[in-house]
Design a protein around this ligand. Structure first.
Ligand code: GLU
Length: 443
């Protein structure tokens, strides 16, 4: 069974980049009939906030990413301790005391000599007496994971293909701070093992972490999951913009966008598949395939999002939107205005055009005379579903007007606007009394 996870740190709101990673993990699991888990990476007690945990849950639910389980790292500390003890017994972690200033200095020296700025493992030479002296002086160690440098680290990445890292080009990562707190690397591997994660899909900023974590899985006696790293997201201008980092589910919700529009876009950008509005998560999952993911950054284009949103709104049933519409707005009115909407919320404006007050249009004397004739015709004719045809047919006959000269002044007088939904559908909804009143007002 495929098991994926989304592992945000609750130190802020999800932005469009995290949302995309969450969505891809959800789809990867669902495409295989598997499970999608939420793992809250809240080991950083100071920066993690409960309000963000709640916001993350709410955002995932709104986007339709139902989770099949949730774990919190802050509640799993004993598991990290236990894994750490095992690594210690196996000689895969070691104590260090360098300060960040010392390390920075060494890095500079190495860089100055044109060497890779990796940790020199000086602490491995410390004797037990050295450690005892540190302890006596009240200096606690931080801990590094000892990378096995015997063989290159290789894996077949689900997106990037074969990957190879040479251990002697990598720094042994610090996995635990002197105060006993954990850095991201080990807890994540421990949790992936415990949660039975089969596929880790995350941003390409994690590629070098994967090289280390592969060794952790093995050191802990586990078979590593499959890994895939996706290219990062950029704005439509092709750059990583600050703005992108601040666009989140709140922004989308405030803009009145449909979750399926966001999902449809984020599922397919950066892939070779066409970007179309998918009606459901099932249909999105059915087409989801890591093999179609490219290595170039995925471009997030807000204009494209609006286009997809419009496509989705154009297919929405009255039942789906009834709760958001003005109370008196019925199914016929929804169906009449739907093709003109980019967002469902715009139905309110069109409802005003149907049932509210509309502005009196500016018109030439000629057009006003024509509208006066229209008012008289409207009064005399029979009103039914074909009212627009009847009215325009009669006026065409009596005035000789046709095309724009016939239709535009009528639309302006009846709706106060130059464009809008099909008048065939709109006029019966406006109704006889209101239509005649508007025509008279325009004269
Ligand atoms: N909390 C980590 C992050 O947000 C998780 C990375 C991972 O997926 O392993 O970067």
């Amino acid at each position: 069974m495929t098991i994926t996870r989304f592992a945000p740190s609750p130190t802020g709101l999800l932005h469009v980049g995290n949302i995309r990673t969450a969505l891809h993990n959800f789809l990867l699991a669902k495409a295989a009939g598997g499970r999608f888990l939420l793992r809250v990476d809240d080991t950083d007690a100071e920066r993690s906030k409960e309000e963000y945990v709640e916001a993350i849950r709410k955002d995932l639910a709104w986007l339709g990413l139902a989770v099949d389980g949730e774990e919190r790292q802050s509640q799993r500390l004993s598991h990290y301790e236990e894994a750490f003890e095992r690594l210690k017994a196996a000689g895969r972690v070691y104590r260090c005391y360098e300060t960040s200033q010392e390390l920075e200095l060494r890095r500079k020296v190495l860089l100055g000599r044109g060497l890779p700025p990796i940790y020199d493992r000086a602490a491995l030479d410390l004797t037990e007496a050295d450690h005892a002296a540190k302890e006596a002086a009240g200096i606690a160690p931080h801990w590094r994971f000892l990378i096995d440098r015997d063989e290159p680290i290789v894996w077949d990445d689900g997106i990037r293909g074969p990957q190879k890292f040479e251990g002697d080009r990598m720094s042994d990562p610090v996995i635990r701070r002197a105060d006993g707190s954990w850095l991201y690397m080990l807890p994540s591997a421990v949790d992936d093992i415990a949660m039975g994660v089969t596929d880790v899909l995350r941003g390409e900023d994690h590629v070098s972490n994967t090289a280390v974590q592969l060794q952790m899985f093995t050191a802990l006696g586990a078979t590593p999951p499959r890994f895939a790293h996706e290219a990062l997201l950029t704005g439509s201008e092709g750059k990583l913009s600050k703005r992108l980092g601040s666009i989140g589910v709140d922004t989308f919700r405030e803009q009145g966008l449909e979750p399926m529009a966001i999902d449809s876009l984020l599922a397919r950008i950066g892939t070779s598949q066409p970007i179309v509005a998918e009606p459901s998560m099932d249909s999105l999952a059915a087409g989801f395939d890591l093999a179609t993911f490219g290595r170039a950054p995925a471009r997030f284009d807000e204009a494209e999002l609006l286009r997809l949103n419009a496509q989705i709104v154009h297919q929405m049933d009255y039942k789906q939107v009834a709760g958001l519409l003005p109370e008196a707005m019925d199914e016929a009115a929804w169906l009449a205005v739907r093709p003109n909407l980019e967002k469902a919320s715009e139905a309110h404006e069109w409802w005003q055009v149907i049932a509210g007050d509309v502005p009196r249009p500016e018109m030439t004397d000629d057009d006003r005379a024509f509208i006066a004739e229209a008012a008289a015709a409207a009064d005399k004719m029979t009103w039914d579903e074909a009212a627009w045809k009847t009215l325009t047919g009669a006026l065409k006959e009596s005035t000789g007007r046709k095309g724009k000269a016939l239709f535009l002044p009528l639309r302006q007088a009846l709706t106060g606007m130059d464009h809008g939904p099909d008048m065939n559908a709109l006029l019966p909804l406006i109704g006889k009394d209101r239509a005649i009143a508007r025509l008279r007002a325009a004269v």
